[in-house]
Design a protein around this ligand. Structure first.
Ligand SMILES: Nc1ncnc2c1ncn2[C@@H]1O[C@H](COP(=O)(O)OP(=O)(O)OP(=O)(O)O)[C@@H](O)[C@H]1O
Length: 226
């Protein structure tokens, strides 16, 4: 279970004043639960996702994953935690253009243990089957469609069996058909892998597929009707 406890984050604005973006925000997400975070532009959705992914530290508060405090870790432990426990999918796939699809999927394994073991390769192949990208394994991102690149990015995010999958506008750069397909795949994998899925989006079509929708406004989250 993921527990966000009274998380506060502020930034210095151009005038020098501090602006509170997340204001003692709390939330619990169960294993296997899917959650959408919606809200006006600039309300702090990406800031929140960055905290959950341990890419940035809060001013105050903490995130607990299965009871373990994230922000009491040092930088080295945080990097290891990110690689082991969190999967990220962004609006743009951020695949490495010089690597083929399979090599991109296996990157987090290489980052963790330098050599790719047989179990990881088998898992990568299983993910490519689930995501419908088998047969493309030797293609480089430049030879793939936007939807195929994004499905590869999802496989890469899931290769280390993370407890949490964080997705920031994952369908934002895709056409409607590819968006629907990707959203359905994300949810299917979320259920099969029992990974908590947290999606930040402006798309109500995507948000409404999640178990819960929270609106972020004035630094707080409010549960809305799905
Ligand atoms: N590193 C930073 N330094 C100063 N201000 C920042 C920083 N990061 C974010 N902000 C400010 O915090 C606010 C929230 O930004 P954030 O990107 O989290 O919003 P968002 O809800 O994701 O917006 P959008 O929907 O447009 O992507 C914005 O006003 C932004 O300018």
């Amino acid at each position: 279970m993921l527990e966000i406890k009274t998380l506060t984050k502020s930034f210095q604005s151009g005038s020098g004043a501090r602006r509170v973006i997340l204001d003692e925000l709390s939330l619990s997400v169960q294993d296997g639960e899917s959650v959408a975070i919606v809200g006006p532009s600039g309300s702090g959705k990406t800031t929140l996702l960055n905290m959950l992914g341990a890419l940035d530290r809060p001013d105050r508060g903490d995130v607990l994953l299965n009871g373990e405090s994230v922000f009491s870790k040092n930088e080295k432990q945080l990097a290891e935690f990110r690689n082991r426990s969190i999967g990220f999918v962004f609006q743009l796939h951020h695949l490495l253009p010089q690597l083929n699809l399979m090599e991109n999927i296996l990157l987090p394994v290489v980052a963790q243990q330098s050599a790719v073991d047989a179990a990881s390769r088998e898992r990568a192949e299983k993910l490519t089957r689930k995501l419908g990208i088998t047969g493309l394994q030797n293609q480089r991102p430049g030879q793939l469609s936007g939807g195929e690149c994004q499905r590869t990015a999802v496989a890469r995010a899931l290769i280390n069996q993370p407890r949490i999958l964080l997705a920031d506008e994952p369908t934002g750069a895709l056409d409607q058909q590819s968006s629907t397909q990707l959203a359905d795949l994300l949810l299917q994998l979320n259920r099969e892998e029992n990974t908590s899925l947290i999606v930040v989006t402006h798309s109500m079509a995507l948000a409404s597929k999640m178990d819960k929708i929270y609106q972020l406004e004035n630094g707080k989250l409010q549960l809305t009707e799905a």
